[in-house]
Design a protein around this ligand. Structure first.
Ligand SMILES: *Cc1c(COP(=O)(O)O)cnc(C)c1O
Length: 371
């Protein structure tokens, strides 16, 4: 019998999505770095991406890339969280590429690469206003690029890149992409040669691509969400983009088991203080309603608003760390103890679920087959 809660990865659907995403990008002259961090670094997802035409496998966590490499992924690995000084020796062994934003780190990385007898490829990040990682002063970016090119013999300056829509919610507009291209051109002028890579961002940067306004010079996107979440990916959902509607939004799903079914009042009875999370909550009195209690909770998925119950007529009333309360009063289907409820998921729920030891992962279909 399947263990529950279960997180289910459907490899056929994942590869369908990856093929579509890579196809869209390639048509626009863009190569894809397949970002696997939302799966917790599932090696099979990296193999899928490789089979579907990604040119790099990328993650924010070194151990995830090491696992993908050990599983036989042949394309280069790219570290996309600016690395810690304490992981550089490990990074040059596991990754061929990384994103960089500090002079101190570049110099230490150069030494680590030389120690390992390798040439490591770096992409210098320009902060165009989202205010997370990256050089903020264009002059500093150019100076560091020139120094990397001329002095740091263990490093290859592969390109420049940017990240948007993460901390600062800044949208990847045509203007921002043009700004990135200007940064790349200034670096090329300073070092006297063209750069291999101009990396324009994540899933959200597919929007200027869909609109046909992506500058030609942008030739890499680092894509996770679109391939794993389809139209449930936040950036396209919130901006109301329809392009991704053709992707599967159920390539990763959750199954939770019913442990109690009862009709109860909807307003708590007694003097109200705080809930399981130490918060003062507001309860709407909807009278008596039938509800199912599920054996999964906030400790597993984070915020219950990131779960989409697939039982028609149901909605989530709330949760505690280990329980979720599903309102089933308006459902045609009668639930009983032992039944299973399926959920589609938003990004942040997947990110939490993959690292919950209470949740068993199941994989459907063949992995990484080449068509
Ligand atoms: C997570 C991440 C990505 C991928 O983001 P998606 O929105 O999942 O496509 C790309 N670049 C960086 C630097 C990231 O941290």
């Amino acid at each position: 019998m399947k263990k529950r809660p279960a997180l289910i990865f459907d490899h056929e659907k994942l590869r369908d999505n990856m093929r579509t995403v890579v196809g869209w990008c390639n048509e626009a002259g863009i190569d894809v770095a397949g970002v696997i961090k939302v799966t917790g670094g599932l090696a099979s997802a990296a193999l899928d991406y490789e089979a579907c035409g990604a040119k790099w496998i990328a993650s924010s966590r070194l151990e995830q890339l090491a696992r993908a490499k050990a599983a036989g992924v042949k394309i280069p690995m790219m570290m996309i969280r600016v690395p810690m000084l304490s992981e550089l020796d490990e990074m040059v062994k596991v990754c061929e590429y990384s994103l960089q934003s500090e002079f101190t780190t570049l110099r230490a990385l150069d030494e680590a690469a030389i120690r390992a007898g390798k040439i490591h490829n770096v992409i210098l990040m320009a902060d165009l206003g989202d205010l997370r990682e990256g050089f903020f002063d264009p002059e500093e970016l150019i100076d560091v690029a020139k120094y990397t090119e001329e002095v740091l013999t263990g490093l290859n300056l592969a390109g420049v890149g940017t990240n948007l829509g993460c901390y600062g919610s800044v949208m990847p507009t045509e203007e921002k992409m043009k700004h990135l291209v200007r940064c790349a051109e200034a670096v090329e002028k300073a070092i006297g040669r063209p750069l291999e890579i101009v990396s324009g961002g994540a899933t959200s940067s597919m929007m200027p691509m869909f609109d046909g306004v992506m500058p030609e010079k942008v030739n890499m996107l680092r894509i996770g969400g679109a391939s794993f979440l389809g139209s449930n990916e936040e950036t396209c959902r919130i901006y109301g983009r329809k392009e991704m509607d053709i992707l599967h939004d159920d390539a990763i799903t959750l199954e939770a088991e019913v442990i109690e079914v009862r009709t109860k009042p909807t307003h708590p009875i007694g003097k109200l203080g705080v809930n399981a999370f130490g918060k003062k909550a507001v309860y709407k009195d909807r009278g008596d309603r039938r509800r199912a209690l599920l054996a999964i909770g906030g400790a597993d998925f984070g915020d219950y608003n990131d779960l989409l119950p697939q039982l028609e007529g149901s909605f989530i009333l709330g949760c505690s760390g280990d329980h979720t309360i599903l309102d089933i009063e308006d459902c045609k289907e009668k639930l009983k103890v032992g039944d299973v409820v399926r959920f589609k998921l938003y990004y942040t729920a997947v990110l939490h679920l993959v690292s919950s030891e209470n949740v068993t992962k199941y994989e459907l279909g063949e992995i990484g087959v080449r068509l």
